[in-house]
Design a protein. Structure first.
Length: 289
């Protein structure tokens, strides 16, 4: 069975477009699933065996990692590479199977449904050594047949309750309110109120700062940028809001501690234990080391 985040994408839901058969295999073409990580999936071809349609054996994806334009401009300036135009926007044709995740090709043409469909089906036939013709069994674009409703429960059911970035940040804020009397006194709200607070308020808290830094860290690691260079790029971006003296000996944890203390110096103090817990949750969310 494929493991989400390692041999399967971290996704849930999406709109089913077509169902196919080819020999002993079936597949479903899906558009715009919800992603729980830094990768956006435009389309997926979910492939499974007819004899066991509850467990996919392969996903073929059109995916891209979109970094913020401001951050990518910094990266382009610092590294001398054309990240601004390319790195955050290329669409990759990829495959997930029991061997892991592999990039097969990149082209903005994969944003076109018909291009992805043709290439994904060709990849499926090649990898599985299929010689039979591919038949469309259900055109779900016009036919509201609910085969994917049944499939989605088994394909993505394990992920449906996974928190979003925003909901996880809110939960971490509630934990700090419950465990830190000084913060609760200065913030002057109960944990129950956090869920209805404007996102602008939540995004101004240390928990959001931590998630933002870890998100950039994860995205840059995915582009094979060295850890030290990643921190330099993040600092070049974040110092526009609050400039400080970056520590000489750096790890992600040390850097985050430095930025939280600098950017939130006027707010209630935040414990090292809570910062470490937020970093742990953010690393877990973005599946990064």
């Amino acid at each position: 069975m494929l493991n989400p985040g390692e041999t399967a994408p971290l996704i849930s839901g999406g709109t089913a477009l077509k169902a196919y058969e080819c020999g002993e295999y079936q597949a479903v073409l899906v558009r715009d699933p919800e992603s729980f990580g830094p990768i956006q999936y435009l389309y997926l071809l979910v492939i499974y065996q007819k004899k066991d349609n509850s467990s996919p054996i392969m996903y073929i994806t059109a995916e891209q990692s979109i970094l913020s334009p401001a951050f990518m401009k910094i990266a382009a300036d610092q590294l001398g590479q054309n990240f601004e135009e390319d790195a955050g926007y290329d669409i990759f044709l990829c495959v997930f199977d029991e061997s892991g995740h592999a990039n097969l090709d990149s082209s903005n043409e994969y944003a076109k449904l018909e291009v992805f469909e043709a290439n994904a089906l060709a990849v499926m036939r090649k990898i599985l050594h299929l010689t039979a013709n591919v038949y469309v069994t259900k055109d779900l674009i016009s036919d509201k047949y609910s085969v994917f409703t049944r499939l989605s429960n088994s394909l993505f059911g394990i992920l449906k309750k996974k928190p979003t970035k925003e909901s996880l940040i809110r939960e971490l804020v509630k934990q700090r309110l419950a465990n830190d009397p000084n913060f609760a006194k200065s913030f002057n709200v109960s944990p129950a109120v956090i869920d209805s607070m404007p996102i602008e308020v939540i995004m101004g808290l240390p928990e959001s700062t931590i998630f933002s830094i870890v998100e950039s860290w994860a995205q840059c690691l995915n582009k094979n940028i060295s850890p030290m260079r990643i921190l330099q790029l993040i600092e070049a971006h974040r110092c526009r809001a609050a400039e400080g003296e970056m520590p000489y000996s750096l790890s992600l944890e040390v850097y985050i501690q430095y930025r939280v203390n600098l950017e939130h110096s006027e707010g209630a103090s935040i414990s090292d234990a809570h910062i470490d817990h937020c970093i742990y949750q953010a690393r877990k969310f973005y599946k990064c080391k």
